[in-house]
Design a protein around this ligand. Structure first.
Ligand code: ADP
Ligand code: MN
Ligand code: MN
Ligand code: MN
Length: 361
């Protein structure tokens, strides 16, 4: 088994308190060439930026992030959103960036670029999203955290929203992540233990337009960093354990101004009809391998719908789209698209939803 290279985090505390002579440490974050991985590097700024455009454009070596184009390995980081840095605290910041190639064209895995354009065109409808990010905590050896090393925990049933040392594994990580997100300014709105032991969920939202993707990516970055501190690993694989174990999704809740108003249910139903015509296109946008990852998860079992069929229903957790019971009763609200994979790119997911339901393209 691999040895976990940890250092004593308490020793770090005395350095974190040091005064910085007015300088700001800015950790630039970006999505790498896998479309799933997050990379980051730090630089000093002389003052606190008010707006992303106050942060300088920067570059990195794309040949080390699966992003290089031939001999042109320099890629550009364009700052998009600023959050407070919960790890360094003080005036230090996280700077979420999108990535451009040497010729200033968006990198292949830059899904934010077109998403931002689509959200701009749809902004009169105020599209809101809430994403439920499910994930699994792994030990350093790749085995689910807290699972017996030579066997399996008892069958699913007691773990979802569970309480007790024999029910949930890794709550410290979940708690630390939640606090760190609130501190950073991420729109985190809830969390719960999931059906499979060592699997958890947090929710972000409701968040409007392009900010949905920004906030979820930063929440993921913070999660990986928190896990790093605890000497464990977080995976967003949609089906980390084969067999009778739930997979992990990123249910995407969605509403527009019209859906939230009186008689919104009619608009929700119209949106669902449009979604039904574009099932394949949506499945392709809902994981980084155009449906290949989700194939392992969307089996029709374990509270999922089959990847091959489109379905919708009130309170139906075995459907592609669920109308929450409360929404059906109120007559307005939002819909839940249960298809996106836990490792989806929220920019791609929110973009295709808006294209299909609002822009009719
Ligand atoms: P579930 O019952 O499916 O587990 P959760 O409580 O985990 O639902 O998540 C609900 C999500 O729906 C949250 O992310 C929340 O922000 C989001 N949400 C609530 N109202 C709206 C709305 N009007 N439009 C879009 N998203 C919404
Ligand atoms: Mn949920
Ligand atoms: Mn869930
Ligand atoms: Mn859900």
């Amino acid at each position: 088994m691999a040895i976990i290279p940890t250092t004593n985090k308490q020793v770090l505390e005395k350095y974190l308190d040091l005064e910085q002579n007015g300088k700001v440490m800015a950790e630039y974050l970006w999505i790498d060439g896998t479309g799933e991985g997050i990379r980051s590097k730090c630089r000093t700024l002389n003052s606190t930026p008010k707006h992303p455009s106050d942060c300088p454009i920067w570059n990195f070596d794309g040949s080390s992030t699966y992003q290089a184009e031939g001999s042109n390995s320099d890629m550009y980081l364009h700052p998009c959103a600023i959050f407070k840095d919960p790890f360094r605290r003080g005036n230090n910041i996280l700077v979420l960036c999108d990535v451009y190639k040497y010729n200033n064209k968006p990198a292949d895995t830059n899904q934010r670029h077109t998403c931002a354009q689509v959200m701009e065109r749809a902004k009169a409808s105020q599209p809101w999203f809430g994403i439920e990010q499910e994930y699994t905590i792994l030990d350093f050896d790749g085995h689910p955290f807290g699972w017996p090393k030579n066997g399996f925990p008892g069958p699913q049933g007691p773990y979802y929203c569970g309480v007790g040392a024999n029910r949930v594994y890794g709550r410290d990580i979940v708690e630390a992540h939640y606090k760190a997100c609130l501190y950073a300014g991420v729109d985190i709105c809830g969390c719960n233990a999931e059906v499979m032991p060592a699997q958890w969920e947090f929710q972000v939202g409701p968040t409007e337009g392009i900010a949905m993707g920004d906030h979820l990516w930063v929440a993921r970055y913070i999660l990986h960093r928190v896990a790093e501190d605890f000497g464990v690993v977080v995976t967003l694989d949609p089906k980390p354990m084969e067999g009778d174990w739930n997979g992990a999704g990123a249910h995407t809740n969605y509403s527009t101004l019209e859906m939230r108003n009186k008689d919104g249910l009619k608009v929700i139903e119209e949106a669902i009809e449009k979604l039904s015509f574009h099932h394949v296109r949506h499945i392709k946008a809902y994981d980084p391998r155009e449906g290949k990852d989700n194939e392992r998860r969307l089996t029709g079992l374990h509270e999922t719908s089959s990847i091959h069929d489109f379905s919708a229903g009130v309170a139906n957790r075995g459907a592609s789209i669920r109308i929450p019971r409360q929404v059906a009763e109120d007559g307005y609200g939002y819909l839940e698209d249960r298809r996106p994979s836990s490792n989806c790119d929220p920019y791609a997911v929110t973009e295709v939803i808006v294209r299909t339901t609002l822009l009719n393209e």
